[in-house]
Design a protein around this ligand. Structure first.
Ligand SMILES: Cc1cc2nc3c(=O)[nH]c(=O)nc-3n(C[C@H](O)[C@H](O)[C@H](O)COP(=O)(O)OP(=O)(O)OC[C@H]3O[C@@H](n4cnc5c(N)ncnc54)[C@H](O)[C@@H]3O)c2cc1C
Length: 302
């Protein structure tokens, strides 16, 4: 196999357990960290010319990587994370700023940037881990709001090397989804945020963080909500009332605090998690007649 070149770092046979919030996952043949857009474009050209497969990694906070790892190149945009204010304008409802963030910026950093600059709209993101790129793809959010509400435009790089900027209405935001085609890199996103009182914004953030602390298990590695909330009821309630809290396979355990979380309480394997997910799905189907769909992305080989 030909070699790859990048201005950034290229790690061979890199365990992905070190790059996912679940702390689970076999090795990537190559894990690449391009440092800027030019570097990413050059890397993608080599990947496609050499006929290699690739996967785009954000913060790895919504991901279960199977134990055999990922063949091909895993590309992390972690080192492309600049945030800047682009322009300010007045319109109905107040003064607004457009804030642009590179895909690798942590969503939490973007939320703090907005709060510090007295910009409202991102408070809901307080406590959602991961990157801006992942948040765009997943339309990350809570009952208090979601990323798609405040996006102005997103720039993507396709496998054909073309950069495309698309407006919010073209991005197909839905419940934890967008229509970013697989294999297309989100490289940057622009957000519309309204000017507001900084202290009020910080107070809202604090309140949402407190609520999260009460609901969410802290401590053991996890990947957030495992299943999407079906139409009928929250996935957590369905799993809890099917008496699955605390259910354990190997070191994977359904959280006692929030039943839609699976915790890695030691050295869980992806196999443990997948087996437990299957039990949860089957039991919820038998007890409630509801078919749960995974929210997390499952990738790699057994
Ligand atoms: C403790 C905890 C709490 C959580 N709470 C919430 C919550 O309240 N609300 C919520 O919505 N989610 C929540 N999550 C899930 C997760 O944080 C979000 O889905 C997050 O947006 C995923 O971002 P990421 O960068 O980690 O993406 P990853 O997990 O790395 O990837 C997710 C998907 O996005 C793709 N992707 C990532 N970056 C790019 C890019 N630059 N270009 C193209 N594709 C890309 C990946 O290929 C993959 O398909 C939680 C997770 C944890 C661990």
């Amino acid at each position: 196999m030909e070699t790859l070149n990048s201005k950034g770092e290229l790690r061979r046979n890199e365990p992905l357990s070190g790059h996912t919030s679940f702390r689970i996952g076999g090795p990537a043949d190559v894990l690449a960290f391009p440092v800027d857009r030019e570097d990413l474009e050059a890397l993608l050209r080599q990947i496609t010319q050499q006929g290699r497969k690739y996967f785009i990694l954000g913060g790895g906070t919504n991901l279960l990587v199977r134990d055999g790892g990922v063949r091909g190149v895993v590309v992390s945009l972690q080192r492309m994370g600049a945030i800047r204010t682009e322009r300010e304008y007045r319109s109905v409802g107040g003064t607004f700023s457009i804030v642009a963030a590179e895909a690798g910026a942590p969503l939490g950093k973007l939320q703090s940037f907005a709060a510090e600059h007295g910009l409202t709209g991102l408070e809901f993101a307080a406590g959602i881990p991961g990157t801006v790129g992942g948040a765009i793809c997943m339309n990350a959010g809570t009952a208090a709001g979601e990323v798609g509400d405040i996006v102005q435009s997103v720039t993507t790089l396709g496998y054909d090397g073309r950069l495309i900027a698309r407006g919010r209405e073209e991005l197909g935001f839905g419940y934890r989804t967008s229509n970013i085609p697989e294999g297309h890199f989100v490289v940057e996103a622009a957000f519309v945020l309204r000017h507001d009182d900084r202290e009020k914004i910080k107070a809202r953030v604090k309140e949402l963080q407190e609520k999260r602390k009460q609901r969410q298990p802290m401590g053991a590695p996890n990947a957030g909500s495992i299943f999407k909330n079906p139409y009928e009821e929250s996935a957590g309630k369905l799993i809890e009332t099917a008496k699955l809290k605390g259910r354990r396979i190997g070191d994977a355990q359904v959280s006692d605090k929030h039943a839609n979380f699976i915790l890695n309480v030691g050295n869980a394997t992806a196999r443990d998690v997948l087996e437990l997910m299957e039990i949860v799905k089957q039991t919820v189907l038998e007890v409630h007649g509801v078919r749960l769909e995974p929210e997390i992305k499952i990738i790699g080989e057994d």
